[in-house]
Write a protein that binds this ligand. Structure first.
Ligand SMILES: [Zn+2]
Ligand SMILES: [Zn+2]
Length: 351
């Protein structure tokens, strides 16, 4: 399913199976549909105040095959011989490739490449296809017996939640507030409950999504639809002995959620911004020093973190919630439903 011009629907096309060249081929068996794909198809991010970050300015060239949450089997090892992988092995693909030579890439942060990023499904062809070309076998994480549809979302929504949660630096009796119980929020709830001792409170505007968050282990949920910010914050403090949140994971990232997230922080609180809904916000500057507060951004995660996460998932401690699987040609329909907020957990294409 190819994107030929921004704003237009993806088109099902027959193209040649890629040559391995200096790389390997993976037969894609599952590709998660991510919010980022909506931005890629529409062609921009909203930066607020009428400013747009355009995909074309980020160096994305069309046509491109979207899809960065990929799991499948190694189909062709190309010329690589030193790899521990064999053809047919079940893998998750790490899609957040960088230039490989800048300071960030050489330090292991390819997802934050300062040079020319080469992420699969964004700058290079991705997983809305039967095969994906990957430049080196080190980007393939063995997934053992993990089911293919459930392991695909680990590459973006899982990894993003995992890396963002680490930045919260939670201690035993901390309160973590998760804003948004979609694909990322549902994974963050499980990871927070299984890997930290923190109390987890989830905010969303959808009762069914909050119900799912509770089933997955959230200690408390609040439906924020139609409620004043001040009310929600006082309910949170009431539930936490008068104290605010030690960390807030904002998986929405709009002006209203980010300002509310900042306002609910206790001393030394951290607001970790993940969602790319868009817009701009203002924060009262004296509160940063007075409260020792921090705002951090978190974008995807590293290859090391993905290996670690796949290891955690393999123990059964966390499962991605895949609500439905669709044939590849339903990509446009699934993207529309995701945009309308109708997808519970993750929807996955099965090329
Ligand atoms: Zn994504
Ligand atoms: Zn780089």
């Amino acid at each position: 399913m190819r994107l030929e011009s921004y704003g237009a629907p993806l088109r099902l096309e027959e193209i040649e199976r890629p040559e391995t060249g200096r790389g390997v081929l993976v037969r894609v068996e599952a590709a998660g549909v991510c919010h980022t794909d909506i931005h890629i198809v529409s062609g921009s991010y909203d930066l607020g105040d009428g400013n747009l970050l355009r995909m074309a300015e980020r160096g994305i060239q069309l046509p491109i095959t979207p899809g960065h949450e990929m799991a499948g089997r190694l189909a062709d090892l190309g010329g690589f011989t030193e790899a521990s992988l064999r053809e047919g092995d079940p893998v998750v693909v790490y899609p957040w490739l960088g230039c490989g030579t800048c300071r960030k890439c050489t330090a292991g942060y390819e997802n934050l490449c300062e040079g020319k990023p080469a992420s699969l499904g964004i700058f290079r062809d991705g997983g809305y296809a039967e095969y994906v070309w990957v430049p080196h076998p080190r980007y393939l994480v063995p997934r053992g017996n993990l089911e293919v549809a459930r392991s695909a979302p680990l590459a973006c929504s899982g990894l993003t939640s995992f890396s963002a949660l680490k930045k919260c630096a939670l201690n035993g009796d901390d309160l973590l507030v998760i804003v948004g119980a979609g694909g990322l929020g549902t994974i963050a709830v499980q990871l927070a409950k299984r890997t930290t001792g923190a109390k987890v409170l989830v905010l969303d505007v959808s009762p069914s999504k909050l119900e799912l968050a509770s089933e997955l282990g959230a200690d408390q949920t609040i439906d924020t639809s139609g409620r004043a910010r001040r009310d929600v914050i006082s309910e949170i403090k009431q539930a936490n002995g008068g104290r605010g949140a030690d960390a807030v994971l904002d998986f929405v990232g709009n002006p209203s959620t980010s300002t509310m997230g900042f306002e609910m922080l206790t001393k030394q609180g951290r607001l970790v911004l993940v969602g790319l809904f868009g817009g701009a916000a203002s924060f009262p500057l004296p509160l940063f020093p007075l409260r020792g507060a921090q705002i951090l951004g978190s974008f995807t995660g590293t290859l090391t973190e993905l290996s670690e996460l796949v290891g955690v998932a393999a123990t059964g401690a966390v499962t991605t919630f895949v609500s439905a699987e669709y044939p590849l040609e339903d990509a446009n329909d699934v993207l529309r439903r995701l945009e309308r907020g109708e997808v519970m957990g993750r929807a996955v294409l099965r090329p």
